[in-house]
Each structure stands twice: as structure tokens, then as C-alpha cells.
Design a protein around this ligand. Structure first.
Ligand SMILES: [Ca+2]
Ligand SMILES: [Ca+2]
Ligand SMILES: [Ca+2]
Length: 302
């Protein structure tokens, strides 16, 4: 038995060696074994860590899910924005194309406007060029009413130097021999010109505050007394109505009277003078008289 006790002591001794120092000390000092759960602590600590780990894992999972949802939402938003951007880009391209189109059309319109402006200028120039400057257009002819005065021969030469001639108030010779119907037609034109010239001269008299305005016309009987010729050599014949000599109401002879009271050479040149009756405005007078003049030339376009 003692041997057995010895053996068990040995066993305890062996076991005791494996005890932690504190416990061994307590046993040595005869302290009773503490009721504390010192032997349970490692297990509780481990459980808490596991729960913490689980909680952290849950949090992590929740965070991952949240991030995933957020990412998904952001991606959806991104796709939407990309779509909107594409649409805006298309719209911008469309607008750019439209602007470009407008610019092209604007240039085209500007070009057409310039062309129209040039045409207008050309037409204006042509219309203006129908008569020289200061000449008046009437029935396809241009007339110049001078403001200065000269004798008849100087007036004739001056009109020629201006590219025209002293006015001829006469129908075309060939037309005069034409059909009767044409006669009345040309007569109307002739009377129309006579009225225009007399009206203009009368108007000049009113605006210049001069009672009488007298202008040389291209008619003379200087070569043969009584034989009146136009400056182009055409004789004053034909229709008797195409003569607009004045009828005197003061008892003197009707025009032309070749009056010699002022000039012994008589009166061999015709002047157109202000008169209320536009069909009686011609007077013969001395060719040396200083008169204004009416020059005539063809218009460039009728
Ligand atoms: Ca004479
Ligand atoms: Ca005469
Ligand atoms: Ca006379």
C-alpha cells in the first residue's frame, strides 16, 4: 500500500509540475481551490471574438451590398447620362448642320443681293445715260434748255458740239409721205413735242420771274427768204398744222414777218417764245439776237 501511496504521490507530483505556477503556489500554501471560473475564461473570450467576427462580417457584407447597390445605381445613372450626352451630341451635330446650312444660304442670299444691287446700278446707269446730264428725256429724245444766251449761229454750233443739234420740231420726212393714218399719228407726236417745249419755256419764264423767255430753234430762212429750212436741211413743208407761228393780235402781220425795223437784214431765224397758246410760240427774229437755245439729241434708250 505504501508503495501504492508513493506511486500516487509521484503521480500527483508529476501532475503538479504541469500546474500553472500560481495554482501550484496556492496548493503549496494550503489555499483552497478558488471557485472562480478561471478555467472557463479562454472559451468565453473566444466566443466574443467569434461574435465580433460575425458582426464585422455582417457589416462588411452589408457594406458590400450597399456599395454594390450604389455602384449599380451609379452605373445606371452613368448609362443614362451617356445616353443623354449622346442625344445632346446628336442635337449639337444637327444644330451645327442647321447653322452651317443657314450660313450657306446667307452667303447665297448675300451673293444674290450683290448681284441685284449691281443690276440695279447698271439699270440706273443706263436710265441715267438715256440722256446726257442736264438734258431732259421726252418721247425718246433728249432736250437741253440752255441758261446762257448766244446768237443763232453760235447756238447752232454749240448744240452740235454737245453731240446734238438745234431742236427740230418736225415729223420725219418719210413718215409724212406715208399712209394717212400714219400722218395723224406722227402729228400727235409732233403736237406733243410742241406742247412739251412751249410748256417748259413757259415754266422757265414763271420760275425765273422773267416775263418772256425766248429760245432758238433749228429753223432759218437765211439762204432763201421765205423758204424755211431745218438745220438738217429739211424744208418746213408738209402738213400745214405742223407750223406753230404766232398770230399777231396787235395789228401787225402774223409771223413770220421778216421785220426789218431792228435789223436791215430782216428776220431769218426762228425762236420759240413764251405764249399762253402753246400752238403759237414761233417768231422769226434777227439771227444776231442773244437768245437761249434748245438742243436736241436721240436718247440712248427709249
Ligand atoms: Ca432774209
Ligand atoms: Ca426772213
Ligand atoms: Ca418776226
Amino acid at each position: 500500500m505504501e508503495m501504492g501511496s508513493y506511486e500516487s504521490d509521484q503521480v500527483y507530483e508529476n501532475v503538479d509540475i504541469k500546474q500553472p505556477p500560481s495554482r501550484r503556489a496556492g496548493a503549496q500554501h494550503g489555499e483552497s481551490a478558488t471557485p472562480v471560473d478561471s478555467s472557463d475564461r479562454p472559451a468565453a473570450s473566444c466566443g466574443w471574438a467569434v461574435w465580433l467576427l460575425i458582426a464585422l462580417s455582417c457589416l462588411l457584407l452589408a457594406a458590400i451590398i450597399a456599395l454594390g447597390v450604389l455602384f449599380y445605381n451609379l452605373q445606371a445613372k452613368n448609362l443614362e447620362l451617356q445616353s443623354q450626352y449622346s442625344e445632346l451630341d446628336r442635337n449639337y451635330t444637327d444644330i451645327s448642320a442647321t447653322v452651317s446650312d443657314f450660313q450657306t444660304k446667307n452667303l447665297e442670299l448675300q451673293s444674290r443681293y450683290s448681284e441685284l444691287e449691281r443690276n440695279y446700278t447698271d439699270i440706273s446707269a443706263r436710265v441715267c445715260e438715256a440722256c446726257p446730264q442736264n438734258w431732259e428725256l421726252f418721247n425718246g429724245k433728249c432736250y437741253y434748255f440752255s441758261t446762257d444766251r448766244m446768237n443763232w449761229h453760235s447756238s447752232r454750233d454749240n448744240c452740235t458740239s454737245l453731240g446734238g443739234h438745234l431742236v427740230i420740231i418736225e415729223s420725219d420726212g418719210e413718215q409724212m409721205t406715208d399712209h394717212r393714218h400714219r400722218h395723224s399719228s406722227t402729228d400727235r407726236g409732233l403736237f406733243s413735242v410742241q406742247r412739251f417745249l412751249s410748256g417748259k419755256v413757259t415754266h422757265e419764264a414763271k420760275t425765273s420771274n422773267e416775263e418772256e423767255q425766248s429760245y432758238w430753234i433749228g429753223l432759218t430762212d437765211a439762204v432763201t427768204e421765205g423758204t424755211w429750212l431745218w438745220v438738217d436741211g429739211t424744208p418746213l413743208i408738209g402738213n400745214v398744222k405742223a407750223k406753230f407761228w404766232a398770230t399777231r393780235t396787235d395789228g401787225k402781220s402774223n409771223e413770220p414777218d421778216d421785220y426789218k425795223g431792228d435789223d436791215p437784214a430782216g428776220e431769218d431765224c426762228a425762236q420759240l417764245v413764251t405764249n399762253s397758246n402753246f400752238n403759237e410760240t414761233w417768231f422769226d427774229t434777227s439771227c444776231t439776237k442773244q437768245n437761249k437755245r434748245i438742243c436736241e439729241t436721240k436718247a440712248v434708250i427709249a
